[in-house]
Design a protein around this ligand. Structure first.
Ligand SMILES: [Zn+2]
Length: 253
């Protein structure tokens, strides 16, 4: 390789690294990363880089996946496991990103062996031991405080790993399954009553679908607007802080 060519290559690499560094720095401003210390952000960045090594991100319907989209998805997926482990996202590889909402169309058999057909519009979906599917339109959260489809789907991934999606991930040794169950069932039942009475709710009414959806929606809010969860669901906040080993409300103060 000639001297000129070596120099050209070196410049290309430096330019690429510089461009990617600018993207990482820009994405510090994601709402769910607010208040992270320099040390936490650098740990998150390492985790997100390892995540990107491990996962394949594909665009559907000709959607081009830019570096900024890849890094944004990785950072939001990894904020959940900042103080846990990449192992929570084991046994699957693909993330499929649609430009907007997409149609889910599949059959499944229930516990009695009856086959049901599902066809509905979705902004995100997480399959057990399979892909995470996201709508980029919905993943771009700038104007929708408290809403985060990436955090939502990755919370499902964490939940599913232990006894399927039931709103109870595998708890740490310093946690009590009894307390988790009490706290979450009470909050969920109260929330469902509010939704049934069509009262205004702090969380997206979709959280009333099932305990698994309640866990995913409240996890979104825990990272996006933690002070609200802390204020309105203090016991749930406490359990989530123990599970995720993070205190995002503290970061916002
Ligand atoms: Zn969900």
């Amino acid at each position: 390789m000639s001297w000129h060519l070596i120099n050209w290559h070196r410049n290309q690499i430096l330019q690429q690294e510089g461009a990617s560094d600018a993207i990482w720095q820009k994405l510090i401003n994601l709402r769910c990363l607010k208040g992270l210390t320099v040390e936490e952000f650098s740990r998150l960045r390492e985790l997100a880089a390892a995540f990107l090594q491990d996962k394949k991100i594909y665009g559907a319907h000709d959607l081009q996946i830019s570096d900024e989209m890849r890094i944004s998805i990785a950072l939001q997926a990894c904020i959940l496991i900042l103080n846990l482990d990449l192992d929570y996202y084991r046994n699957w590889v693909e993330i499929i990103v649609y430009p907007g909402e997409f149609i889910l169309d599949y059959d499944y058999a229930d516990e009695y062996g009856v086959v049901h057909h599902v066809r509905r519009v979705a902004s995100g979906e997480a399959w057990f031991a399979g892909p995470v599917i996201l709508s980029w339109h919905d993943a771009d959260t700038v104007n929708r405080p408290g809403y985060n489809v990436v955090i939502h789907e990755f919370a499902h991934k964490i939940d599913m790993l232990h006894e399927g999606p039931n709103g109870c991930p595998e708890l740490h040794a310093n946690m009590s399954a009894y307390t988790w169950h009490e706290v979450f069932s009470q909050a969920y039942e109260k929330f469902c009553r509010q939704v049934a009475k069509r009262q205004e709710t702090i969380l997206d009414p979709y959280a009333a679908e099932s305990p698994a959806e309640f866990f995913a929606v409240v996890s979104e809010m825990f990272f996006e607007l933690p002070l609200i969860v802390h204020q309105h669901f203090p016991s749930v906040y406490e359990q989530l802080a123990l599970f995720y080993r993070q205190d995002p409300a503290q970061r916002w103060r």
